[in-house]
Design a protein around this ligand. Structure first.
Ligand code: AMP
Ligand code: MG
Length: 490
């Protein structure tokens, strides 16, 4: 029998080598059925494989039946231990309750990647849960990760989704509902909550070993900093900037993660774990995606402050390893980095490349962004509709004739909106006038490159899901997937 290329990858044991204080070995569930619903062929070259070399059966054996990997060393499946703040309450009973670290593989970029399961059965951290993932939950995570990736958001990816033939009961889905198991591909599953647990159990020695591991594997360029505390301080600055960058990417993409607990914050600054997420329809800072987020703690507009709060909690958890003063600069650089990336991406959505944006004064940039947001909020023009309409209506004469900028039906229906729009047009035109005349082509190109024509709004997911449940028709899912993977040219 041919060997399975997914099982014979050169698996590494970086996390396992940390020792048993950080995880528990677990046995995967056996499922009654394995139907491969999604395989991410785009990721295979990253781990040295071609799509042709890997059969569907190979995916099922590796990521549905969880056959043993054939590594040079013992390579168990590890449920990771972690705690976390959930909606600001500390929870010491978390940990991988329905997943495990399947394996770690070096990518073609030299970085170490995790295969992490979701829905692979109970573990010591399941707390009475079934350890399973609903098929709808799996479908939603595949779509979210692919959509975010194509919008330039630093996100985990999904390697595979296999339907597993069980009937699950959930309070938030019509039940019984179909089951699945998913494999995630991401830099790391070490979370802020992994450190919080070590602080809680008063093991600064373990926290220090983990931090050294994080730097060695995920921030190796910092190893040349000889003084330990200085190295830790630089690491925290970099993590803070990565997180600020990520949140700015979400915000400009109009994405609401929904569950920003510290156990969902990756130590590498990648976005992951997509539950009740949503892309906003209108610009509404209070928009809250999770039905169980009663106070709106993690609403769209709170995401920057929620992630900063998490960063502060991580700083506390590092007490005993890193001096508080050493972590201050990292905290201080979060907000400026957020503002820098947010402005850069927002201006691109308005057609100003990073170079073009240098022609604008900082006050002008602030005014343009805040006026755009006010216009969006007051007129209820769709967040993505606004930018895609701007892109579609582009004409080269915007610098000379502001009346051609953004024609919408609003003007005829609402005098207040018309006034708002006319003020915005003149502000936008003033910004455009700052650019040399021959750069309007670059404005057009920039608009096209920054603004998706198709967005993964909830009704699109629901429509796809309806056909899956009613007719077991997966074609609309694959069509939507293809469209969100190429959203600027859909
Ligand atoms: P999440 O909301 O997916 O970030 O999960 C929060 C915690 O609940 C983690 O410890 C999960 O492993 C655990 N969890 C979520 N769903 C289940 C389930 N169906 N069975 C067992 N544990 C679960
Ligand atoms: Mg989670």
């Amino acid at each position: 029998m041919d060997s399975n290329p997914l099982l014979t990858l050169p698996y590494e044991s970086a996390f396992a080598d940390l020792g048993v204080d950080y995880y528990d070995e677990v046995t995967p569930a056996s499922f009654p059925k394995h139907i491969l619903r999604f395989r991410n062929d785009a990721l295979l070259p990253k781990i040295g494989l071609s799509a042709e070399a890997v059969s569907d059966r190979n995916f099922i054996e590796a990521f549905g039946q969880f056959q043993s990997k054939q590594a040079d060393h013992y390579s168990p499946f590890l449920a990771l231990r972690y705690h976390g703040y959930q909606f600001h309450s500390y929870n010491p009973f978390l940990g991988d309750g329905r997943g495990f670290l399947h394996g770690q593989v070096r990518g073609d970029d030299g970085k170490l990647y995790d295969f992490g399961t979701k829905g692979s059965g109970p573990t010591p951290y399941s707390r009475g849960g079934d350890g399973k993932l609903t098929l709808k939950g799996g479908v939603r995570e595949v779509l979210a990760s692919e959509a975010l990736n194509s919008l330039g958001v630093n996100t985990s990816r999904t390697l595979s989704l296999i339907e597993t033939g069980e009937a699950l009961h959930r309070g938030d889905e019509p039940s019984p509902t179909r089951s699945s198991v998913m494999v995630r591909f991401s830099l790391s599953h070490i979370r802020f909550g992994t450190f919080e647990r070590l602080h809680y159990i008063k093991r600064p020695d373990l926290a220090k070993s983990l931090l050294d591991h994080v730097i060695e594997i995920y921030y190796p360029h910092l190893l040349s900093i000889e003084t330990e505390q200085e190295r830790y301080g630089q690491w925290f600055i970099e993590l803070s900037k990565r997180l600020a960058t990520l949140v700015a990417q979400w915000m400009t993409a109009g994405f609401c993660h929904a569950v920003l607990n510290t156990d969902n914050m990756s130590i590498t600054g990648e976005s992951f774990d997509y539950g009740p997420f949503a892309f906003i329809e209108e610009y509404d800072p209070r928009f809250t995606a999770a039905y169980f987020d009663y106070s709106g703690l993690y609403c769209y507009g709170n995401q920057p402050s929620a992630c900063y709060w998490n960063l502060e909690k991580l700083a506390v958890a590092l007490d005993g390893v890193v001096e508080a003063a050493v972590l201050e600069p990292g905290l201080a650089q979060y907000q400026p980095k957020y503002a820098e990336v947010y402005c850069d991406r927002f201006l691109k959505q308005l057609g100003f490349t990073t170079d073009a944006a240098r022609q604008l004064g900082s006050g002008e940039v602030r005014e343009l962004i805040s006026q755009t947001l006010t216009l969006l909020e007051r007129t209820h023009v769709g967040y993505h509709d606004f930018f895609s309409t701007l892109t579609q209506q582009f004409t080269f004469d915007w610098q000379t004739d502001s009346t051609h900028i953004l024609q919408t039906t609003l003007e005829r229906s609402d005098p207040q909106a018309a006034e708002q729009l006319s003020q915005w047009r003149s502000l936008y035109q003033h910004a455009l006038i700052r650019l040399p005349k021959d750069t309007m082509t670059s404005v057009q190109q920039c608009l096209k490159a920054a603004n998706p024509e198709i967005v993964l709004h909830r009704p699109k997911i629901e429509a796809v899901w309806e056909l899956i449940t009613e007719e077991d028709n997966w074609q609309p899912f694959y069509t939507l997937l293809e469209a969100i993977r190429n959203p600027m040219t859909a």
